[in-house]
Write a protein that binds this ligand. Sequence first.
Ligand SMILES: C[S@@+](CC[C@H](N)C(=O)[O-])C[C@H]1O[C@@H](n2cnc3c(N)ncnc32)[C@H](O)[C@@H]1O
Length: 291
Amino acid sequence: MATDQPAENTYLLDSESPTEMARLIHLDRFITKGMGGVLVGIADPKLFHDVLDLGCGPGGWVLDTAFTYPHMEVAGVDISRIMVDYANARARTQQLTNASFGVMNIAEPLDFPDASFDLVNARFLFGVLPRDSWGSFIAECTRILRPGGVLRLTELVEMGMSSSPALEQLCEVCCQALWRVGYGFSPNGRTLGMTHTIPWMMRHAGYTHMQQALHALEYSADCEAWADIYRNTEIAYIQSKPFIIKSGAISEEEYEQIYQQTLIEMHAPDFRGMWHYMTFWGNRPAASPES
Ligand SMILES: C[S@@+](CC[C@H](N)C(=O)[O-])C[C@H]1O[C@@H](n2cnc3c(N)ncnc32)[C@H](O)[C@@H]1O
């Protein structure tokens, strides 16, 4: 597995930022909980031995999978050196000898031999891979999967739906900025534009037995997830500010104003909100589609 820091980083946030790492450590916990576990919907996880997580961040999904399924060898790769070091340290302290991590740029050809995994997982790559990279990314996943192996992709449906006008505006501006800089498959930047296109791309890459699961996480003022998503919103929109302003979707003054207003409105006792995200999975074709 590659260990050197790759030259080009397509992530729209700063992947070497400790603040971003802390956000992702926390995000992983409530997202996996909201999904009902690491491999929800998979009928027989015992069939998987070699498992890979692409863009694994600080490694939560890999560590939970390695702990839950000790018969698996679970690897995670990420472009971030600090996240990979943290994840390897956690694997050591938890004595998870079946979990390992390395630095790799997943926007480039993957540094793994053909047919080396039974399951390839990736979660929340909407701000990682530009829309033009998705075709080659799925082709690379197909190449490294064994025939019949499973590709499993999880993405947000929208940036969050809520009763806060400011938060709605912030989400809208973020979708618009992502679209302007070349991410997501929305025709106009109104949405993130991922979940309507992923199953189509997978079927067209030859994947069979496609399945999907919708996850809904309520974060209204009286819900447990409110504090989690408030904290995530507070940090994510500071981290996102540079690329959003640079995209020209909004001025810095206006952004600052709606950001502060969002934090106020999220504290309202009648604040209501819901996150939706979806997982898609299917089996790699027995032979690669072009062969
Ligand atoms: C939104 S986070 C998702 C983290 C994790 N998959 C999860 O669900 O908690 C995106 C991750 O992709 C990583 N990343 C960004 N660009 C990358 C690239 N070109 N190659 C590999 N990893 C990348 C970031 O460092 C970050 O950890």
